[in-house]
Design a protein around this ligand. Sequence first.
Ligand code: MRU
Length: 346
Amino acid sequence: MSFRTIEWRDNKVVMIDQTRLPGEEVYNEYGDFKSVAEAIRGMIIRGAPAIGVAAAMGIALGAREIIADTHGSFFQQLSNVCDVMARTRPTAVNLFWAIERMKRVAEANRDKDLGSIREILKAEAIRIEEEDLAICKAIGRNGAPLIKEGATILTHCNAGGLATAGYGTALGVIRAAHEAGKNIQVFADETRPWLQGARLTSWELMKDGIPVTLIADNMAGFFMKKGEIDVCVVGADRIAANGDTANKIGTYSVAVLAKENRIPFYIAAPISTLDLSIKNGDEIPIEERHSCEVTHLHGFPVAPEGIRVRNPAFDVTPARYIAGIITEKGVVRGDFEQELRALVGQ
Ligand code: MRU
């Protein structure tokens, strides 16, 4: 891949600014945890695994910013930093997973001096980023056999290198199939209202020379019915114990259309996207974003001023629509609850 989504460089966090793609490839530098939190909230960085990495790096920055002469004061302030990160976006569980992991590492090293704890937190954040890249490659390896030679794959939103530390989950499966020499092509849903498909998925697949065709969201059914889509692969923001999966708004519609047209619909996601503490998708908190995302396109109004708007950023696809969940540890099918618990040993 010819871009870096996020990295720790010279004690700063560097991120590609996803609000400016595809027009401009700009990398922003962040030196404090509050600006990283703002970047997550403002979608400079987005995508479940990527915001997990950003939160971890933000906490590592926060740990460096803390002025404390006792461990008690340091840990109190670190807890505040974690709270700020946790309030950025509610749906993707990877964010909370990363925050918990950073807290656990800090606690496990409480007996060390503060300088060492700061270094350990920095190393852990970098490890989360490196692991995520390796996990995406494993998801790709496990998912590639599901993509047949000559297949046309429909994807929704961006579950690519931009949504992870690199390579991607859904796009990781597609990349791995392409790298295996399969002659495949992708249909990318534009993904209203934020246009992750139009702006990001199209951009990164074109950059990598993977054939991609952009369609408006309401065209998916048309192409499925005509027999032009062979398989759907999307990412996930949170997967409940029964397999119900939250992903970008519009995913549910794609899954229902896929079932109607007998097209397999797969989720590709790391284990860190599992939330086995919740029984089903009804318990997943759904973020509602600002109405201007619906009423405006690039600052240009496309609806009358004052119109009432709803803007849920995610929906939940019931498990019965999902042919399989592709993880770094293998593909889960059938009884999701039993299989997912077995996968993580719970
Ligand atoms: O609002 P976003 O852009 O953060 O939503 C992203 C998605 O819904 C992705 O499909 C999901 O996070 C999986 S990313 C590998």
